[in-house]
Design a protein around this ligand. Structure first.
Ligand code: MG
Length: 386
């Protein structure tokens, strides 16, 4: 494979979200800031939120380090989030989109995730299913930024702009207005702006390359296995081996992965430009009315990406080395959930106050979803589990 060709041209200016338009509206009126744009303010609000700081203590892939000895440099949800923000900013700048909005969306994209990564999310979903409910990290993220964060005297939540709230719920999925009438203000029958569409791909690109890196570094994946199983990796790694025959293997992996990342980002930029031209969209409204999202990879690159993701599921996320971590996540999350349902007196007072409005099961799930990995272990132990 050759590295994707020329850089994409900048998009027509009417495509970018305008920081002075309808999408910059907040639920509670606030005077404009003298020298910061609305989306720069949102970026700061998310960055200063408690839920954002907690991402540092939340698992990205490793629940309990399966590597021996364990490393302290594997991705957390926070460092993954910062990598997504870096890629999103690059893409938005290069395409002439609103980079401040893209950054705010990237910083918020995983803010609704419970402890213990996807195993924790599954466990929480299972616990809620018994009460006829489900857990959805986008909807939870929206509740965090509109309700759970308390920093201002005049209102609850962060009072983020409409564009950021819309982007939060449209992260990697769409909601129907019939099933979610409470989301009516978020243009449910329309595509999100390109800034929001880019986040899904930036997320995929960030974790694909990072998880190959962490998987190799932890010893769960072998270089031979990755070369054999990941069509996206091998040609770049071959190029690097030819260029630097004497380089340490670790550095050849880094060089190959940065080429993979660059190829994915460049392909995405080129595709956005091509798809836009194909549908003849020159304004945000036309992006919104397009039959599909326009931020996509080329068919060949998409096939490579999907195959690499499948490889990671089979050999890393669901590998035997991760079984114990997943079992532990289920035991702690479902165990604590059951304990708090049985004895709501164990809930902190501010959470107990939500029971009449939210119901006990949702309140317990909200409490658990907000926890970091280490905090849930502490509460689990304190509640007498061990
Ligand atoms: Mg993510």
């Amino acid at each position: 494979m050759t590295e994707a060709s020329k850089p994409a041209a900048i998009l027509p200016p009417g495509i970018a979200v305008d920081g002075s338009g309808e999408l910059a509206r907040r639920a509670h009126n606030e005077p404009p800031h003298p020298y910061r744009t609305p989306f720069a303010r949102d970026t700061a609000r998310i960055l200063h939120a408690r839920a954002f700081r907690r991402l540092a203590g939340k698992t990205q892939v490793f629940s309990r380090l399966a590597s021996d000895p364990p490393g302290d440099h594997f991705r957390s949800r926070l460092t993954h989030t910062l990598e997504v923000a870096q890629i999103s900013r690059t893409l938005a700048h290069a395409l002439g989109l609103n980079a401040e909005l893209a950054e705010a969306l990237a910083l918020a994209h995983d803010i609704g995730h419970p402890p213990f990564g996807h195993a924790g999310e599954k466990a929480l979903g299972r616990a809620l299913a018994a009460h006829g409910l489900s857990f959805d990290h986008n909807l939870h993220a929206l509740r965090i930024v509109t309700w759970f964060e308390q920093r201002y005297a005049g209102f609850r939540g962060l009072n983020l702009t409409l564009a950021v709230r819309e982007g939060i719920i449209k992260h990697s999925r769409d909601y129907s207005a019939t099933e979610h009438p409470e989301l009516a203000e978020y243009f449910l029958d329309r595509q999100p702006p390109l800034e929001a569409q880019l986040i899904d791909l930036a997320d995929e690109i960030a974790y694909l390359t990072a998880d190959l890196d962490d998987g190799l570094d932890s010893g769960i994946l072998s270089l031979e296995q990755v070369r054999e199983g990941v069509s996206l990796f091998r040609p770049f790694h071959d190029d690097v081996l030819r260029l630097y025959p004497a380089a340490p293997l670790k550095l050849t992996v880094n060089e190959a992965l940065r080429r993979v990342l660059n190829a994915l980002v460049t392909d995405l930029m080129n595709q956005v430009r091509l798809r836009l031209a194909a549908v003849g969209a020159a304004t945000l409204d036309e992006i919104r009315r397009a039959p599909e999202r326009l931020a996509v990879l080329s068919p060949a690159m998409e096939a490579d990406r999907a195959a690499a993701k499948q490889f990671l599921y089979a050999n890393f996320y669901n590998s035997p080395g991760m079984t114990e971590a997943h079992r532990h996540a289920h035991e702690v999350v479902e165990g604590l959930f059951a304990m708090l349902i049985a004895d709501p007196g164990l809930l902190p007072e501010d959470h107990r106050a939500d029971i009449p409005a939210e119901g006990l099961a949702r309140t317990v799930a909200d409490y658990i979803a907000g926890m970091t990995d280490s905090y849930i272990e502490q509460v689990w132990t304190r509640c007498g589990a061990r």
